[in-house]
Design a protein around this ligand. Structure first.
Ligand SMILES: Cc1cc2nc3c(=O)[nH]c(=O)nc-3n(C[C@H](O)[C@H](O)[C@H](O)COP(=O)(O)OP(=O)(O)OC[C@H]3O[C@@H](n4cnc5c(N)ncnc54)[C@H](O)[C@@H]3O)c2cc1C
Length: 351
């Protein structure tokens, strides 16, 4: 276990933003993670859990308390059952499942960060979400001070959300178990239209696992969604806003605003999102509100490759980033009456 004082947190985040933590502990075993959490909780000190720092916006003042970086390792495959330690690098684990010929997470290749953080916002991309394959999550429960095993249902997964995100002070994920599929070297059904097009197949078809993974990585790279230290378009948290889910009457009002502003007959993107609800596209809203790729003049700007990613061009502060985020939220609200919600977790700051 390594312990540093007044330790900068910016290098631990993909935004490269945020001030120092009073104390930074790096834990490499479950026992070290639990000991550090117990100690901080026992002393009543605020605790910040950090995996790969790819979904974190930390304030310029930093974090007064204990930041705990979870750097445990462990990849165990037994048939189609996979168990990952929280600190495993997610995209590497995905590559290994593809090599092992197992389907279920191949379209989640290229998502930065740790395996332990995947259940927090139920990571998803290109038609897959971890909630479809997670069988159990093993976590330390800070309320009961015990290690618990939560079933998939107990994780209360939904779109970019879970029980862990709803109650962030309670669980520390130690291990995640997945039930994958042996489809004889083929992927799961390709659900996302863009991936199907790129693969030259129809939606619902299966393709060789490696082809699915490589296609997703290529599509992601074209949007600045694969980490590259040389490319400022990837100094981000991926999508900065979630896609809004609107109740029927809200969606009707939104459609009317779209027609009014963009011309009769213009239809916003609309996807079914459970009874009485429709999901629309945050990227579309941002673009149509006038915040196009590359928008901004300061050190925090919209990615030149994707309207949904806010980025640090180097030398930005968290305040610069938040100012841009607030401008986008206000602009979209004024244009379309829809309030965007940030996807990354904010620490010591809010929009
Ligand atoms: C270029 C880029 C592309 C991205 N693309 C996608 C995408 O396609 N789909 C998607 O869903 N996300 C995407 N993201 C967001 C991000 O990669 C994921 O949310 C990822 O799961 C975060 O993992 P992390 O380890 O970096 O978490 P961190 O940023 O370190 O932490 C995120 C949150 O989880 C908590 N946390 C971390 N580890 C644990 C643990 N072991 N137990 C309990 N809480 C914990 C933290 O306290 C924090 O609240 C992208 C980000 C970037 C930078």
């Amino acid at each position: 276990m390594q312990e540093l004082h007044d330790a900068p947190l910016a290098p631990l985040t993909t935004f490269r933003l945020g001030g120092p933590a009073t104390r930074l502990i790096t834990a490499t075993t479950d026992a070290e993670v639990i000991a550090a959490v117990r100690e901080a909780d026992g002393a009543g000190t605020p605790l910040l859990l950090i995996g790969g720092g790819s979904n974190l916006v930390i304030g310029d003042k930093g974090f007064e308390g204990t930041a705990l970086r979870i750097a445990t390792d462990g990849f165990r495959l037994d048939g189609t059952e996979l168990e990952l330690a929280a600190g495993e690098v997610w995209t590497d684990a995905v590559a290994r499942t593809v090599e092992a010929g197992l389907a279920g997470v191949e379209c989640l290749a290229g998502i930065p960060g740790s395996a332990g953080a995947t259940p927090i916002q139920n990571v998803g991309a290109y038609g897959q979400e971890v909630s479809s394959t997670i069988s159990e999550v093993i976590a330390y429960d800070r309320r009961t001070q015990e290690t618990v095993t939560l079933s998939n249902a107990e994780c209360a997964f939904s779109y970019r959300h879970s029980r862990f995100k709803a109650d962030p002070e309670r669980f520390v994920v130690l291990r995640v178990r997945f039930r994958l599929e042996d489809a004889q070297g083929l992927s799961g059904p390709v659900k996302y239209a863009e991936t199907a097009r790129a693969l030259g197949v129809g939606p619902g078809d299966r393709v060789p696992l490696a082809a699915a993974r490589e296609t997703v990585l290529k599509l992601r790279a074209g949007k600045g969604m694969v980490l590259d230290p040389e490319d400022h378009d990837t100094w981000s948290a991926g999508s900065f806003f979630t896609n809004p889910i609107l109740a029927d009457e809200e969606f009707a009002a939104f459609r009317a605003r779209v027609s009014e502003r963009l011309g009769e007959g213009t239809e916003p993107p609309a996807y079914a999102a459970g009874e009485g609800h429709t999901k629309t596209s945050a990227a579309w809203l941002i673009d149509k509100a006038g915040f196009t790729k590359g928008y901004g003049t300061g050190p925090a700007r919209i990615s030149t490759k994707h309207t949904l990613a806010l980025t640090n061009r180097g030398g930005a502060t968290t305040e610069d980033l938040l100012a841009l985020a607030r401008e986008v939220v206000a602009g979209v609200r004024d244009a379309f009456g829809v309030t965007l919600v940030n996807e990354p977790v904010t620490v010591g700051v809010s929009l």
